[in-house]
Design a protein. Structure first.
Length: 115
């Protein structure tokens, strides 16, 4: 079955960096659109970034210029490099796979930005 396993979250100071990773299995990764979403306490889940199979990327306005999504089709991995982190980036970050309209989610990894 489809599995998405996130890693790389943690506590970081403002202006710091983190790199999230998502290991995918159970589907043909190269054809899927992969994304990162986040959900802060009391807020709805929101798109952070996504990357299509052709490498086309989309970012939320709040992270443009600070976050970079990438994928390694040889390893079935997707990454989110987060730089210049802000306290408002604090949330649980979820890896998402869109396979022909079917959506799959990882369990999430906590990112906390605080001094």
């Amino acid at each position: 079955q489809v599995q998405l396993l996130e890693s790389g979250g943690g506590l970081v100071q403002p202006e710091g960096s983190l790199r999230l990773s998502c290991a995918a299995s159970g589907f043909i990764f190269v054809f899927a659109t992969m994304g990162w979403y986040r959900q802060a306490p009391g807020k709805e889940r929101e798109l952070v970034a996504r990357i299509r199979s052709d490498g086309n990327t989309v970012y939320a306005d709040s992270v443009k210029g600070r976050f970079t999504i990438s994928r390694d089709n040889a390893k079935d991995m997707v990454y989110l490099q987060m730089n210049t982190l802000k306290p408002e980036d604090t949330a649980v970050y979820y890896c998402n796979a869109n396979r022909g309209g079917d959506l799959f989610w990882g369990q999430g990894t906590q990112v906390t930005v605080s001094s």
